[in-house]
Design a binder for this molecule. Structure first.
Ligand code: NI
Length: 251
């Protein structure tokens, strides 16, 4: 009886060891095949690197935005677009492309009006209407707000109902309309956690943006959408609050 038990136990252990020997390598293989935790972000490969966000206002404009999207796709770089509502009808495919290619979409306004001092009707016409046309193109989402000219007042903060995203580097590309000068300003002011402001309605700005991506890649930067940038830094984004950068916390 005791002898039988020992033999059974030995046989059982042998079977278990064989089972482990066959399954463990497959388990390891299976784990290695799981998708990475942060998908489709530049920082996934190197979360400790310098992080930066490219943001574009005043689009979409078919000609220039398409060139930009092509260039960003080639480089595997996501950006954030704060859109003008009245420029969306007829360009819905560009919004779908932005969403499909990992870019973040936000609201600038419907007609590029200041959002300060508006009554409820005008606020709805500028902000809610823009949210609606965006949703009609790409579905529901958070759609953060960047008010035209970066102008805010307590009413804008209260009504926004979303985080308000401003910027830390403004090359005034709309005034310069000069690729080299715009790129130079961006490169000399870029730093870890910065939010760069550009306008994808000017060919010179699109060209500057792509040059800057290439140079900052060489300098070890990783590009993220605004949402990814703050998430990566562990900074929660709250409705009605203004955010200008995601600089790393000082040690
Ligand atoms: Ni603007």
């Amino acid at each position: 009886m005791g002898q039988n038990h020992r033999q059974e136990a030995k046989a059982c252990l042998t079977a278990f060891a064989l089972l482990l020997a066959f399954t463990l390598p497959w388990l390891g293989y299976g784990l290695a095949c799981l998708p990475p935790r942060f998908v489709s972000t530049d920082a996934a490969a190197q979360p400790q690197g310098k992080l930066i966000a490219l943001t574009f206002d005043d689009g979409p404009r078919r000609e220039t935005t398409t060139v930009l999207l092509d260039g960003l796709k080639q480089r595997g770089v996501p950006a954030t677009f704060f859109l003008i509502g009245e420029q969306i009808p007829g360009n819905e495919d560009l919004l779908r492309r932005m969403a499909a290619e990992g870019h973040q979409i936000g609201i600038h306004s419907y007609t590029h009006q200041k959002l300060t001092g508006l009554n409820d009707t005008d606020w709805a016409a500028e902000v809610d209407r823009t949210r609606l046309v965006i949703q009609n193109a790409v579905g529901p989402g958070d759609y953060f707000l960047r008010p035209p000219y970066g102008l805010t007042d307590p009413a804008v903060l209260r009504r926004a109902d979303r985080p308000i995203i401003l910027w830390s580097v403004d090359p005034e590309d709309w005034a310069k309309r000069n690729t080299a000068a715009t790129a130079e300003h961006l490169l000399s002011h870029a730093r870890d956690g910065a939010i760069l402001l550009l306008h994808d309605i000017y060919p010179s700005s699109v060209e500057a943006a792509l040059q800057v991506v290439d140079e900052l890649h060489r300098q070890g930067y990783y590009f993220l959408t605004v949402e990814q940038l703050f998430a990566q830094r562990g900074i929660p984004l709250e409705a009605g609050k203004i955010y200008r950068n995601a600089y790393p916390a000082s040690p």
